[in-house]
Design a protein around this ligand. Structure first.
Ligand SMILES: [Zn+2]
Length: 119
């Protein structure tokens, strides 16, 4: 990632250097240095942000997910969702949208399944 940035800045440097020699003035040389500085200031936070996002995405792929299984007392309705803070087995989590019976947490478990990149 850093190597890419160095290569990119060298290309810009050479390009601007070429322009500077064409015009042959000290003002253009100053402008060249100033432009490189601005590019660095803009690109560095953007690149570091992307690197951080990439690391988080990688970590999420490895990390197993904790799931809560919600069941209805009266009918066969079952819902599996991500574990939420405060979840425990036999906790009442509301009314069933199908029959109006009580929904409770039947099980909480970890999955070793790898997540997709989008999730
Ligand atoms: Zn139900």
């Amino acid at each position: 990632m850093l190597l890419m940035l160095v290569v990119f800045s060298v290309i810009i440097y050479l390009l601007l250097n070429f322009v500077a020699t064409m015009q042959e003035s000290s003002i253009s040389l100053f402008m060249m240095i100033f432009t490189i500085l601005i590019i660095y200031l803009i690109l560095l936070p953007v690149i570091s942000q992307f690197a951080r996002m990439y690391r988080v995405a990688k970590m999420r792929q490895i990390m197993p997910s904790l799931l809560s299984v919600i069941k209805c007392q009266d009918c066969n309705y079952v819902l599996v969702r991500e574990f939420l803070t405060g979840d425990y087995v036999f906790k009442n989590v509301g009314k069933c949208y199908k029959c109006g019976g009580n929904l409770y947490i039947d099980a909480i478990y970890l999955t070793s399944e790898k997540k997709g990149k989008g999730a």
